[in-house]
Design a binder for this molecule. Sequence first.
Ligand SMILES: *[C@@H]1O[C@H](CO)[C@@H](O)[C@H](O)[C@H]1NC(C)=O
Ligand SMILES: *[C@@H]1O[C@H](CO)[C@@H](O)[C@H](O)[C@H]1NC(C)=O
Ligand SMILES: *[C@@H]1O[C@H](CO)[C@@H](O)[C@H](O)[C@H]1NC(C)=O
Length: 399
Amino acid sequence: MIEYPQGKSLASNAILRVAAATTVFLVFLWYLLLHDVAVQHQHQHQDPAPTSPQTIIPNIVHFVYILPDDARNFKFEFSHFLSLFAASHHFRPDTILLHTNVPHSGPEILRARNGTAGKWSSLIFSRTLFPTLQINTVPLPTHANNGKSLANMEHKSDFVRVQAVHDHGGVYIDWDVHALRDMRALRESGFKAVAGRQLHGQINSGTFLSVKQGRMISLWREQMHEVYDGGWTTHSNEVVTRVGERLVREPPGDEILILERDAFAPGSWEAKDEEWLFRVHNDTGSNLVTESYGQDGQGKGQGKEEEVPVHGGFDEGEAFEERWEHPERFPKWEHDWSGTYLLHAFSPFRFGGDIYGFKQITPRYVLERRSNFARAVYPVAKLMYDRGLISVNDTHTGL
Ligand SMILES: *[C@@H]1O[C@H](CO)[C@@H](O)[C@H](O)[C@H]1NC(C)=O
Ligand SMILES: *[C@@H]1O[C@H](CO)[C@@H](O)[C@H](O)[C@H]1NC(C)=O
Ligand SMILES: *[C@@H]1O[C@H](CO)[C@@H](O)[C@H](O)[C@H]1NC(C)=O
């Protein structure tokens, strides 16, 4: 006798078990797959690649201003204010660190704040204009570790700036460096340091970026003390160039990015470059026009007259390829600034020659917009003008 029903029930039992086991297995497999995906996903996020915090250069801007022993006042000029304002405007820094050798509530800073040291010093120390600016009082270095005494203020500043960027990380700029755009793409590029070349190929020490205690800045800090000999750039450009070019070759290749000259230092300290940057072009009309205001405000010429800048500043940008495809639409002398992050405008007073139409960097000189320098920094000066911070007739000393 075939126990059919029982056999049938056994068979269906077996089918159920197989089905149950298969289900459990499938669920397990599904879990495994999902888990695997999740793990991979996690790995992608933990990859120590470009966006990890260790390789993001912090959004801190460093300035150094050393007062000579016998100086009672900061001597900030309009161009210094322009430099700080542009960095603050373009970078939107978390912190601006002003490293100096006087105490943060000492008489020098009080006099700067209350206007005794001129308009530009009081604006630079204005808490409303630059709420993230912190004064960092540093001891003034007098000697390199090799025993040689530091020859001048510029060299003392060189040692202070390298130490500051080593300790905090961030972007260092000299007071004659003018930010033309944000540095975020460079800070977050995945390189632990960024520097730029200058005329004749050395790395310029007036602008550089680094993560805190990065290798480039650590080596520079160490070696500048060893090689210091009083030479103008032995401990600065020469060291950062040697260290930088060595580190470019260091696997995995993220220690330093060295940019071409146009990025940070398109001009130079030589006469023809100073002329190119600062000379006034009298074949181009001034951007300042005289407007008259009648007493009824209708501008019929009976009331006061005022010179006002015409060009709007930012966002009057030309089309992407316009300067490339239609150079004839632009004056020949005009430089295309779109490839420059930072304009290191080397002081035109070093070489001592005359520059046509140029005397000092004043609001009028910039607002007239008749030189390559003026065109580069005009958008920021126009913002200052619109906010009532500068007047056409302000002097370069603000005194
Ligand atoms: C500015 O501050 C200095 C130092 O505190 C003080 O001696 C001077 O009288 C002040 N001047 C003005 C105009 O407030
Ligand atoms: C314009 O500039 C040139 C120098 O490039 C100078 O020789 C000439 O006298 C200037 N013209 C006027 C009208 O100022
Ligand atoms: C600037 O100075 C000139 C004279 O040099 C004068 O005619 C003009 O009205 C002044 N402008 C302002 C805004 O004070």
